[in-house]
Ligand binder design. Structure first.
Ligand code: NZQ
Ligand code: ZN
Length: 388
């Protein structure tokens, strides 16, 4: 490990069956006014809403509701949320939902007391908050993003055709997160599988970079093995508590900053996926799955040794008698077969992308420089073209 770093994760986790019992303990720490943020209504169907509202009432809180947060939360919705939080004089923002709801809550939290335009400040100029930040707590209902224990907040601006994530610092991380694996049992299979791939992609974005011997990469390999094992079980048996709990905890560790320590990171699969989503509004994990094989096939020659290590340590490829490149390619093909088996979408046309959108998607792709090759616009065009 050759990189320097600091490490601190301030989010308190309550994990397991009945983890919601921890909510009342946490609520004691905050004022009376709670902005209750949730999505399109799944929590009202599966009973989570009732349980959360009961805990809030028993704790003497005044509840202000902000429902209807959509997957890939929009800038327009963010503006509405800022007004609601201001009107409520919110002391706490309680996000009950998946990554979209948690991300949105964080975006509201840094904007309530900010006089500037939130999109311009945080998502175009990437500035840090210099105002009071309203604390956020999460009750997680869908697994994948890691938003429950990180500072990530992704917002989509439909007018500008941009989907951009700001990774805020520890001051914006949720103060607490409630993780009950049983809350994820009602997630539809398409969303569950999409979340599983989001987890895998987060780990790989941090793994495929650097050439030094780094503890973070060994942790990543362990997380990947656990992920693949539990995903196979959960796809067959979605109510398997052991598998769903492993997936939940793996998702959290995949993107709570730990496995990026001491190394550079890539994130180009996410940049390509976000460009696709900015034009199609497709489900996050599926956009990543659809661009992965074309991207990894493209960069493999620049990082062959790491791809070969991945093949052996994660996909159990036997390297005996094979060249490094052959081992690396066999790893990718085992990964591809697994992706197809669990039901991931493997091309962007299935997500609604058309050839007419290609120029726009190329323009919307932010170029990062931490991976094995810094892409040019032409590289991006050819990777996206190969994703149809
Ligand atoms: O809106 P409701 O009705 O609640 O339904 C949601 C939504 O339709 C449903 N759902 C969630 N929990 C459920 C459930 N349905 C039944 N039972 C439950 N228990 O699932 C659908 C998807 O939810 P969403 O929150 O959009 O999914 P996800 O957790 O994948 O979040 C995606 C968002 O997070 C961003 C993505 O870009 C996207 O905007 N990301 C955030 C990151 C971060 N904070 O670090 C990193 C990621 O890379 C990602 O970019
Ligand atoms: Zn992601």
């Amino acid at each position: 490990m050759i990189g320097n770093f600091t490490y601190c994760n301030p989010t308190k986790i309550y994990f397991g069956k009945n983890a919601l019992e921890g909510l009342k303990e946490e609520l004691k720490k905050y004022g009376k006014n709670v902005l209750l943020v949730y999505g399109g209504g799944s929590i009202k169907k599966n009973g989570i809403y009732e349980k959360v509202v009961a805990a809030l009432k028993e704790s003497g809180k005044q509840i202000f509701e902000d429902g209807g947060v959509m997957p890939n939360p929009s800038y327009a919705k963010l503006c509405e949320g800022i007004s609601r939080a201001r009107a409520a004089k919110a002391d706490l923002i309680l996000a009950v939902g998946g990554g979209s709801v948690c991300d949105y809550a964080k975006a509201v939290s840094v904007s309530v007391h900010c006089d500037e335009d939130a999109w311009e400040k945080y998502y175009i100029r990437f500035e840090e908050p210099d105002c009071e930040i309203v604390p956020v707590g999460c009750v997680l209902t869908m697994v994948g993003t890691g938003s429950e224990m990180n500072g990530g907040s992704v917002i989509t601006n439909h007018e500008q055709k941009l989907k951009i994530g700001h990774v805020f610092g520890e001051n914006v991380f949720p103060k607490f997160s409630i993780l009950d694996p049983e809350f994820t049992f009602t997630v539809p299979k398409y969303q569950m599988v999409s979340g599983i791939y989001d987890i895998m992609s987060h780990i790989l974005e941090q793994y495929f970079s650097g050439t030094d011997d780094n503890t973070s990469d060994y942790i990543s390999e362990g997380l990947l093995r656990s992920l693949i094992h539990s995903a196979d079980i959960a796809v067959e048996d979605p109510h398997n508590y052991e598998a769903r709990s492993n997936l939940m905890w793996t998702a959290t560790w995949a993107l709570n900053t730990l496995i990026a320590k001491g190394k550079t990171t890539d994130w180009m699969v996410h940049m390509l996926g976000q460009a696709v989503a900015a034009h199609t509004d497709a489900t996050h994990g599926m956009t990543l799955a659809a661009v992965t094989m074309p991207y990894y096939t493209f960069i493999l020659p620049y990082g062959t040794a790491k791809f070969a290590r991945y093949a052996v340590n994660v996909w159990n490829v036997d390297p005996a008698g094979k060249s490094e490149k052959e081992v690396a390619l066999e790893g990718l093909s085992r990964m591809e077969a697994w992706m197809r088996k669990i039901g991931l979408v493997m091309n962007i046309s299935e997500l609604g992308a058309t050839r007419e959108m290609l120029d726009g998607m190329v323009k919307s792709t932010l170029i990062m420089d931490g991976g094995y090759k810094v892409l040019t616009e032409e590289d991006i065009r050819s990777i996206l073209s190969a994703s149809f």
